[in-house]
Design a protein around this ligand. Sequence first.
Ligand SMILES: [Zn+2]
Length: 492
Amino acid sequence: MIRIYNTLTKQKEEFKPLNPPVVNMYTCGVTVYDDCHIGHARSLYVFDVIRRYLKYRGYDVRFVRNITDVDDKIINRANDLKVGWLDLVEKYIAAYRKDLRSLGVADADAEPRATQNIPEMITYIQALIQKGFAYATNTGVYFSVRKFKGYGKLSGQSLDQMLEGVRKTTAESKHDPLDFALWKAAKEGEPFWESPWGKGRPGWHIECSVMSQKYLKVDTLDIHAGGRDLVFPHHENEIAQSEALTGKPFANYWIHHGLLTIEAQKMSKSLGNFITIRDVLSKYPADVLKIMYLQAHYSSPVDFSWEKMEAAKKAYESIVIVVDKLEKMNIPGKPGGLNGFRDSFVSHMDDDFNTPRALSVVFDAVHECNRLMGSGDALKDDKLSDILYSIKEMAEALGLSPGKGDIFKQKDINDKANFLSFVAAILRDERGCMITGEMSEKEQIDLAIKKRNSLRKEKKYKEADDIRKGLDAAGVILEDSKDGQTAWRRKI
Ligand SMILES: [Zn+2]
């Protein structure tokens, strides 16, 4: 039984989707006006983990994540940079997609863009006007907050409290300061679409109501997720719009992740501590960043630091080394029901996706492998095989991939190019031709090691060490044992 902390009811509740095994899940996506930073990475990743885990538990998760591609921030940035708003949007959507791939965050089942759903938003707003929940003025169309009885139920605030938080602008012709824009009339030079209320564009909140219900094809979502900073007013407004229209609950479970700070400060360009996803992934594999995130509960804040990344790297290395060793021992990784790690992992993840505890189970399994490898246990290989299977299964559910494969999978492509030309140079020496293209990475590395060992026999220590350094630079670490054998492993 999965239990989820629901922001709406302010308690942990048993998760009961409306039509199991289907789970309809929506998360608010990025506004594309700049490179994605590591706060976005956390948001994308925590919901990827929740989605993966629900699938792992047998649910058929239908996952929609929007892209906000028209907004004040986009228009302002495009004006600052003196570029067209659409050019800016296309550039940052491409960058965002690249970030998702390098993070290893799965694509959504649908990732709709706001500007490609304008007619549906207009119809939705028209229906709200017809029902008496919205009104048009010369600056746009507004939602009458006081007409919707449940306003404030998600953020738990009274109308008076919310009034204090609302920016009072005189430029807008709202009937009440609490009312919010569903449609904004276009100002000079702004992008616009034709509508019954003249040229304009949709407000931010209406996008999510329309696209979630349209792409999931339901009035009531099972899970609506987003950052804690979106509870008020964004999610409060989404509820008001959707429930005013359908008369049904908009989402049964509201999940919010905690926010990210950088060494105890808010991340901002003016403070010079703005860290993009690309920055981090140029220094560490995505899995190390993921381990760092998993070490905090999704609902808690995370304070990013490079020290934490180093610690996460060491922790991750311990998993990779064990998996690597077991694979070199030809341990198959088959389920045997000989360990309790999976059960304990599931019990922690079922408890509101408690990743810090679930991750500690993965490390317990790693320690147990290390213990078994050095033991004389008669069932050693069977037990190791069973635990290896569990480690891979748990890692997969968390979106980690410590198994074998391309050693350059998550590293910069230059490393691979350097490595290939390095090995080619050794081989050219050896055989007078370049044959690296026909060899697997493992064969290339083995050959380089063979060459190094023969150089050592010839007492050409400097040349031999150059090969070790070259491999090291390419991400391969050599380990010499006392009996003269040389093993290698991937560097993290
Ligand atoms: Zn939203």
